[in-house]
Design a protein around this ligand. Structure first.
Ligand code: PLP
Length: 357
């Protein structure tokens, strides 16, 4: 079976096996990680290793903090605004699809939100060219969604801006190289490429730490969490443990550069097949196609349901497109092997041939 879920998504088998091995007794401690006090030496070791490995993986400069928080990226749509709008009370948002729209709608409750560029008129099938962005020099930050999970659209060039750039990197974090020093803050829910739900990673530059609104709950005050080593309250300990296993797995694979190459290869294989078979079509502009969420349609959309049902019978599961878009979505996160893509392409070929007879 191949699980193409957009998230929670599949994890590498090695990680699940390691977690199974450790489940009842972590490293002879006599405890499961789930049972450890977060203040214990055992959990501190797990958390420190996860921090250090993540820092190494993304080559994070020393003036950034890594926070292991909760709430999911959806909570941080609001929390980013509450933590960063500060005296300026205004921010720019780039609207590229479903998730950036949700992010800006949440932020609107806390300040003056300007949509500096949008691709809504093209059905969110591209990234608005940077020359057309109408940025406000007085904005506290500019927010982008690096990969639109529901629309299959991804930024392939990250612009250098005169104001802090903030990004929701939920669905492409650790799938490709990212120069974090270009950002003031990035945040990601864990359940695509990192581990189980419950963990939201926030990486924030020192200079943005202390401008939170009074109303921000203490546990979501990025400055308070940073100065307390993320221990203002109980962190999502088990999710951090699995994330740590993922970080060391990624280092063993050769780091992000190696994983990016593998991910490019998988996506290319699928897009090439779709573009050369008239039974399928991808409406996303080739310059903005996501390498992790390949969204496409059957040219005759009335066959979509049958396609999904036949695919599922053959073991290709969770291929249904997001509700706002329909069609088919193939999520190719880090844990999906190229064999899964090859097998899916072979199925798609057979299916289109059988329907064309
Ligand atoms: N941002 C992006 C890009 C997403 O893909 C998702 C979920 O799929 C979210 C935010 C919301 O994440 P959560 O449900 O963990 O809050």
């Amino acid at each position: 079976m191949y699980n193409f879920s957009a998230g929670p998504a599949q994890l590498p088998k090695e990680i699940l096996n390691k977690a199974k091995e450790d489940l009842l007794d972590w490293h002879g401690s006599g405890m499961s990680v789930m049972e450890m006090p977060f203040t214990s030496d055992e959990y501190k070791a797990i958390s420190e290793r996860a921090h250090n490995d993540l820092r190494k993986l993304i080559n994070l400069p020393d003036d950034y903090h890594i926070l292991f928080l909760q709430g999911g990226a959806y909570a941080h749509f609001a929390l980013v605004a509450m933590n960063l709008l500060g005296q300026k009370q205004t921010a720019d948002y780039i609207q590229t699809g479903h998730w950036s729209t949700r992010a800006l709608n949440e932020a609107r409750r806390y300040g003056d939100i300007n949509i500096a560029a949008s691709s809504v008129s093209s059905g969110f099938n591209r990234i608005p060219p940077y020359e057309q962005w109408q940025l406000n020099p007085e904005a506290a930050y500019c927010h982008i969604t690096t990969n639109e999970t529901a629309n299959g659209v991804q930024f392939h060039d990250i612009p250098k801006l005169p104001i802090p750039l903030v990004a929701d990197v939920t669905s492409d974090f650790l799938t490709r190289q990212l120069d974090v020093s270009q950002f003031g803050l990035i945040y990601a829910s864990a359940q695509k490429n990192i581990g189980p739900t419950g963990l939201t990673i926030v990486i924030i530059h020192n200079t943005l730490l202390n401008q939170a609104m009074e109303m921000v709950p203490t546990v979501f005050n990025y400055g308070r969490q940073a100065s307390n080593n993320g221990r203002v309250n109980t962190p999502p300990t088990y999710s951090v443990y699995i994330a740590g296993l993922m970080f060391s797995w990624l280092l063993e694979q050769g780091g992000i550069k190696a994983i990016e190459q593998a991910n490019q290869h998988k996506a290319q294989r699928l897009y090439e097949f779709i573009d050369n078979n008239s039974f399928y079509q991808c409406s996303v502009d080739p310059s903005a196609r996501s390498i992790v969420n390949v969204c496409f349609e059957l040219t005759d959309m009335s066959r979509t349901e049958d396609f999904l049902s036949e695919a599922s019978k053959k073991g290709f599961v969770n291929l249904k497109g997001h509700g706002i878009r329909g069609g088919v979505r193939v999520s190719l996160y880090n844990a999906m092997p190229i064999e899964g893509v090859d097998a899916l392409v072979a199925f798609m070929k057979t299916y289109s041939a059988s329907q064309s007879q």
